[in-house]
Design a protein around this ligand. Structure first.
Ligand SMILES: Cc1ncc(COP(=O)(O)O)c(C=O)c1O
Length: 466
């Protein structure tokens, strides 16, 4: 959420059109659209609707938004179900016991999907997204570490968390808000995410955990979770230092189980203590739902759990928010019911097919070099070939926007901040047909860009935050 400053004066806009005030034509003559202070008088509903609706036309087109991982299309049936639940507050377990039951079923399904050793002993909950889920997982890691240190009579100050420099900003937030030192492994050469050796080299007795990402927000690549876990096993065998792993599967935890079932990254690895995902990414639900699960009750300190009243009994909860929409959880259960594992496999395979095809076409459409190919997450990043002096990735991003395509360009983190890329996220609904139009527009643009005398955009401040 952007932190918005207030402004002192409102926009003095007067739509003098009688149709803006159907319910009260006189009012329509004199509407000042309030932008900073509440107006004193109410507006008729249809007028307010029209004004807000029209302003929102300035937003980008969600379907052409290749920047976001978040679901931009659901079936009308899902939309109807969710609209019907708009008034349900997830925390009111007592009033909405069946919504609570659907949440429990989703947790159970994810425990099975992620191979919890005894699924009935896994614990988990829904959240507003992966960011909240990561905060909860990080808090559990920190609290477990503190309790272990105290029990051993050792100081429990200056905890640290090890991760790649490519982690999503939520992990920087976690470390900042919960006062944990962020130990980041920089990118090096062609290694664009965490390496096992490099992760272990940063671990010590104050490390509360290692975060591995499936897959990276920067380029869609999967981090080598099994290699990191094996390297940490070795660390424990040689030094006694026992460091748990959290898998940030914001996108990949809902892709890999269906498309890469043999890849070892989940609770099959004993060292994996917890996993999060965004239901609103490849879980295929509209924004507002995430999930976090712990492999068993021991991985989640009981003291972090609060009890809310539930059908006259107690319902354990672990969350940062209290009130939260119930509709997204209902939407998630609908998607699980609707697709089953074969359905998810088919939907995500279609996205991966489009992503890998589009990546190879982009490489042919101009002086571009692929950083990733879309064969892990259906996401790929590309840059300009060395020797391309007439334009840069920021020019491409700006010019593609003129056609409506939203393709972010950004600079990689240390030690590859010399590298700037464009990234394409393929989601359900981005068809092969749209992909062909995308390549066509890109190929048409390249000769124009090549006629530039040099890059027009600097990409200043194009660090990456989503
Ligand atoms: C790897 C990773 N972790 C966490 C997040 C944050 O997720 P959310 O937007 O669901 O809060 C993202 C978002 O893109 C992500 O890619």
């Amino acid at each position: 959420m952007a932190l918005h400053p207030a402004r002192s004066a409102g926009r003095q806009h007067r739509p003098r059109h009688p149709l803006h005030g159907l319910a009260n034509p006189a009012l329509g003559e004199d509407i000042i659209v309030p932008t900073e202070r509440l107006a004193t008088q109410p507006l008729p509903a249809d007028t307010a609707y029209q004004l807000v609706h029209d302003e929102l036309l300035l937003d980008g087109n969600a379907q052409l938004n290749l920047a976001t991982f978040v679901t931009t299309w659901m079936e009308p049936e899902a939309g109807r179900l969710m609209a019907g639940c708009a008034e349900k507050n997830m925390i009111d377990k007592d009033e909405y016991p069946q919504t609570a039951e659907l949440e429990r079923r989703c947790v159970s399904m994810l425990a099975h999907l992620w191979h919890a050793p005894v699924p009935e002993r896994a614990v988990g909950c829904s959240t507003t997204g992966s960011s909240e889920a990561c905060m909860l997982a990080g808090m559990a890691l920190k609290r477990r570490w503190v309790r272990r240190r105290e029990a051993a009579g050792q100081p429990a100050d200056r905890p640290n968390l090890v991760m790649g420099a490519n982690v999503q900003v939520c992990w920087e937030k976690f470390c900042n808000y919960w006062e944990v030192e962020a130990r980041t492994v920089p990118m090096e050469g062609e290694r664009f995410h965490l390496g096992a050796e490099e992760a272990v080299a940063l671990c010590d007795e104050r490390t509360i955990g290692v975060v591995t990402v499936l897959g990276s927000t920067f380029d869609g690549s999967y981090e080598p979770v099994a290699e990191v876990a094996a390297a940490l096993d070795k660390l424990q065998a040689t030094t006694g230092i026992d460091v748990p792993v959290h898998v940030d599967g914001a996108s990949g935890a809902m892709v890999a189980p269906f498309l890469d079932p043999d890849l070892l990254w989940d609770f099959r690895l004993e060292r994996v203590a917890s996993i999060n995902t965004s239901g609103h990414k490849y879980g295929l639900v509209y924004p507002g739902v995430g999930w976090v699960l712990w492999r068993d009750q021991e991985a989640l300190p009981a003291e972090l759990i609060f009890n809310v009243n539930y059908l006259g009994g107690n319902m354990p909860t672990f969350a940062l928010n209290f009130s939260r929409p119930g509709a997204q959880v209902v939407g998630q259960y609908y998607m699980f019911l609707r697709l089953g594992s074969h359905g998810f496999q088919a939907v995500h395979q279609a996205s991966r097919d489009v992503a890998t095809w589009l990546a190879s076409e982009v490489e042919r459409a101009g002086p571009f070099k692929l950083i990733t190919k879309g064969d892990e997450l259906p996401v790929f990043a590309f840059t300009t070939l060395t020797g391309t002096n007439a334009f840069n990735v920021f020019d491409v991003s700006r010019r593609m926007r003129e056609r409506g395509w939203l393709v972010p360009a950004y600079t990689f983190p240390p030690n590859r901040s010399d590298l700037s890329v464009l990234r394409v996220v393929v989601r359900n609904g981005f068809s092969r047909d749209l992909a062909e139009l995308f390549v066509h527009d890109l190929a048409r643009l390249v000769p124009e860009l090549q006629r530039q005398s040099g890059p027009l955009e600097t990409g200043d401040g194009a660090g990456f935050h989503h």
